[in-house]
Structures are given as structure tokens and as C-alpha cells.
Ligand binder design. Structure first.
Ligand code: PEP
Ligand code: MN
Length: 365
């Protein structure tokens, strides 16, 4: 378990724990005026922390790569003007040094850097002995261990003020998203690091404005602590990520209807009803486990017959038939297609394991 200090006690971000913690500002710093306007707008909509990309990790060369070091001063000025701390992405020891020198108060590690342990280690080494909070984005690929590894490297450098940012995972054609959210990964991260706050970045998950509100609410439904949303005074003219940025006013309209949920409630009626339903769930889960165990005993019996006749454990025709019919029944019962196929495959894999054990364990017939 890493020693982590929650954002409320970072002493930098003025946040009372009321969700969502809001991080806003432009994708990239472009000009001094644009940074000031974006940050003023973000602050007026309640942003607790400002953001702006200074060095931009762009997929293709020949696109805008960020204004570089001079933008740090613009952001520091916007921070001083609004009274809000500011964060930038760092991808090298030089970025760390320049950002700290310019008085930037929070750093974040971008998704491409988290995917590269060499880069993360170089950043960690540069942070050794430095007192600054670090936000760690998930790696671009859906690899939980890379995310965990980045947290460990930064923590080992002595940084205790760490939070996580979930920005989705790039996959080939991940429509309707730019980066598929794969919520089970941030949920597992939260289980592993219950002390670290986790912030959702709907801008990079969505890649366009239209889905931002839905994904933001989904994140709150899943008990995320905060949101990072890119804001720009004239989004369509933005030098990077134009399609996903919103004006400060649009940010405001997006935030108003959001419902912040709590992981617990003390209402006695709610608690009693929930307990009753959970009792049913516990009973049903045990019934499911019992049924599966009985099913596997039948599989073992089949294994014994196959063994006597030297028949293969895998019989492709039978498997295809089972797969199609059971997936259909599961979907007809109102469950999702993804669940249906994973569920049937899991049962079949276990059935094969059981039959292979019969072949190996029970000697020659
Ligand atoms: C960003 O926040 O502007 C950015 C480049 O994000 P990511 O590392 O998530 O792609
Ligand atoms: Mn961006």
C-alpha cells in the first residue's frame, strides 16, 4: 500500500470534498490572452484547479506541438489572477524542472508517458526530493499494471500527493468514443488504491462535445471524485482537440444538471430496503454457484465417457451450437450481448478444464 494523502489535505487545491472536484482550462496554451480567457472562464464556473498543455504529445508530426516553456508564464499569470492553482503535463525531467521553476503547483503525467516505464522513471527521478502533487493518467492501452507501475514509481520518488485521472483507452475504432472508457479498469484501480482520488477526463474519452454530459454523469454514478474538462473561449478555433473543447458557459450548463451521488446513505428506510435486496442477491449468488457446481459434475461425467471412447474433450460442433443457443437465451432473458458471450465462454472454459482433469487424474481406462 502506498502512503497517499487525499486532495483535501494537499494544501494547494481549495476543495471541500463536495463532488465533483473540477479541473478545467484549455487543451493547449496558445496565446497569453487565450490562456487568461480560458482560465478566467474556468474559474468563474467553479474550477478548483486550472489546466493547460504546454508541451503537447501529438500523434502526428506537422501538427501543433505546444508553445513550450514560454506558455508556463502565461499559465502562472492566469493562476495568480484567478487565485486558482494550475497544472501542466510533464513528459521529461526538463519539463518537471521548467514547470516547477515557473511556479506551477501541480503536475500531471499524460497517457502516453504512463505507457512508458522509462519515461515514468525519468520523471520520478526528477521529482525525487521535490514536494509537488502529481496526477497520473491511465496509460493509452488498457493495461492496469502499467498504471499501477506508474503510481508505484512516483510514490517511490517520495511523492505522497497523488491522484488518478481516467481518460479512456485507445483502441482501433472505439466509436462512439475517442478513447474507450473500459470502466472496469478505473474501478479496479480504485479498489487497489482506495486512498487515491480518481478524476474522470470526459474530454479525452469522448473526443467530442456531445457526449461530455453523459460521460460526466456516468463518472459521478460510479463514484469518481472529480472531472477534468477542456475549456476554450472559442473551441472551434482551438489549435488542438477543437471538437471536444467547450466554452466556459457550456461548461457551466453541463455542470448544473449533474447529480453528485454518495457511496452511502444513512436514511433508515433506504438502508432497510437495500439490506433486504442484498439478502436476495446473496441467496441468488449462492444458488448460481450451486447450479454451476452441479453442471460441472455433469461435465466430469461426460469427460469419463469421452475418455472411455477416446473422444476429444473439445467437440467444435457441439461448442458452436451451445455458444449460439446460450448466448441467444441470455440475451432473450434481458442481459447484454457482451455479458452473454463472456458468461458462456467462462462456463465452457471451466467445463473443458474439468474434463481435461478427468483425462489426466483418473489414469488410463
Ligand atoms: C491532455 O490532457 O491534453 C492530454 C494530452 O491528454 P492525454 O494524455 O490523456 O492524451
Ligand atoms: Mn487535449
Amino acid at each position: 500500500m502506498i502512503e497517499a494523502v487525499g486532495i483535501k489535505s494537499w494544501g494547494i487545491i481549495d476543495w471541500d470534498g463536495q463532488k465533483p472536484l473540477l479541473i478545467a482550462g484549455p487543451c493547449s496554451a496558445e496565446t497569453p490572452d487565450q490562456v487568461m480567457e480560458s482560465c478566467r472562464g474556468a474559474a468563474s464556473q467553479g474550477a478548483h484547479l486550472l489546466r493547460a498543455g504546454i508541451w503537447k504529445p501529438r500523434t502526428r508530426p506537422g501538427t501543433f506541438q505546444g508553445v513550450g516553456k514560454e506558455g508556463l508564464k502565461w499559465l502562472a499569470d492566469a493562476s495568480a489572477q484567478t487565485g486558482k492553482p494550475a497544472a501542466v503535463e510533464v513528459a521529461s525531467p526538463r519539463h518537471v524542472e521548467d514547470a516547477i521553476k515557473a511556479g506551477i503547483q501541480v503536475l500531471w503525467i499524460g497517457a502516453r508517458s504512463t505507457a512508458n516505464p522509462f519515461t515514468v522513471q525519468e520523471i520520478a527521478d526528477a521529482l525525487s526530493g521535490v514536494e509537488i502533487p502529481v496526477l497520473i493518467k491511465n496509460p493509452i492501452n488498457p493495461d492496469l499494471d502499467l498504471w499501477v507501475g506508474a503510481v508505484e514509481r512516483i510514490a517511490q520518488a517520495g511523492i505522497s500527493r497523488i491522484a488518478l485521472i481516467h481518460r479512456g483507452f485507445s483502441t482501433y475504432k472505439s466509436a462512439p468514443y475517442r478513447n474507450a472508457p473500459m470502466w472496469q479498469i478505473p474501478i479496479e484501480m480504485r479498489r487497489r488504491y482506495p486512498n487515491l482520488e480518481i478524476i474522470c477526463d470526459p474530454s479525452h474519452i469522448c473526443g467530442n462535445r456531445s457526449l461530455l454530459a453523459t460521460v460526466s454523469q456516468l463518472a459521478l454514478n460510479l463514484d469518481f471524485d472529480g472531472l477534468m474538462i477542456e475549456t476554450h473561449p472559442r473551441p472551434d478555433e482551438a489549435w488542438s482537440d477543437a471538437a471536444q473543447q467547450v466554452t466556459p458557459d457550456q461548461l457551466g450548463s453541463l455542470l448544473v444538471p449533474l447529480i453528485a451521488r454518495h457511496p452511502e446513505s444513512t436514511d433508515p428506510e433506504f438502508t432497510a430496503n437495500l439490506d433486504a435486496l442484498r439478502y436476495d442477491i446473496d441467496r441468488l449468488d449462492h444458488e448460481i454457484i450451486d447450479l454451476l457446481a452441479r453442471r460441472m459434475m455433469v461435465s466430469q461425467e461426460i469427460g469419463r465417457y469421452k475418455k472411455r471412447q477416446d473422444v476429444t474433450v473439445l467437440q467444435l460442433n457441439r461448442w458452436s451450437e451451445i455458444f449460439e443457443s446460450r448466448v441467444k437465451s441470455t440475451i432473450d432473458a434481458g442481459l447484454s450481448r457482451d455479458f452473454a458471450s463472456e458468461f458462456i465462454q467462462a462456463i465452457h472454459n471451466e467445463s473443458i478444464r474439468q474434463q481435461l482433469n478427468v483425462l489426466e487424474d483418473e489414469g488410463h481406462s
